[in-house]
Design a protein. Structure first.
Length: 174
């Protein structure tokens, strides 16, 4: 099994990083091929923008979806995005390790999804969910929070974490 671990925590010695490392070792022990990507360590740029597409299809107006499709078809996506897409496509299991900050995943992880889940490469209008590139793959989230289970429950003071985590839970199935 090919396992892709994405770590989105700025502290190398964080609980998230520890759990990611432990999971990686466990999967390797079971014979899996594990690729770990620490978005902070590799200085992943989470902001999508014109800077990544010097030969844009539309020079008047930046449209990320349009540029993704155009550059995917032309095999001219940014190198970091291409590398992450290949890791994602070759994985059987995606593990996302991140802290839950201000009712969401860290911006760097959201930006990774914005830039790597490319229209044309990962999904298109007829290849999504059960018909998509990620069909048959699994995704697991390891999320740390600075609140109790009761506080993160459906009626907790911090809100229903399952509801707030719906986007990163379902995004990998696009």
């Amino acid at each position: 099994m090919n396992v892709l671990i994405i770590i989105a925590h700025p502290e190398a010695d964080s609980f998230n990083s520890y759990l990611a490392s432990k999971a990686g070792r466990r999967f390797e022990k079971q014979g899996s091929l594990v690729h770990s990507v620490n978005l902070y360590s590799e200085n992943f740029e989470p902001r999508e923008g014109q800077i990544f597409y010097p030969d844009r299809q539309d020079v008047e107006r930046f449209d990320a979806l349009r540029e993704h499709r155009y550059h995917w078809n032309a095999h001219r996506l940014p190198e970091d995005v291409t590398r992450h897409i290949e890791l994602l496509k070759n994985s059987d299991l995606l593990l996302l390790h991140f802290p839950f900050w201000w009712f969401a995943m860290p911006a760097i992880l959201k930006g990774w999804m914005d830039r790597v889940f490319v229209y044309g490469g990962i999904y298109d209008s007829s290849h999504r969910h059960q018909n998509g590139v990620m069909k048959g793959k699994r995704a697991l989230l390891t999320v740390s929070a600075g609140a109790s289970a009761n506080a993160c429950a459906y009626n907790g003071r911090d809100g229903d974490m399952r509801l707030m985590l719906w986007p990163p839970i379902h995004a990998p199935t696009i």
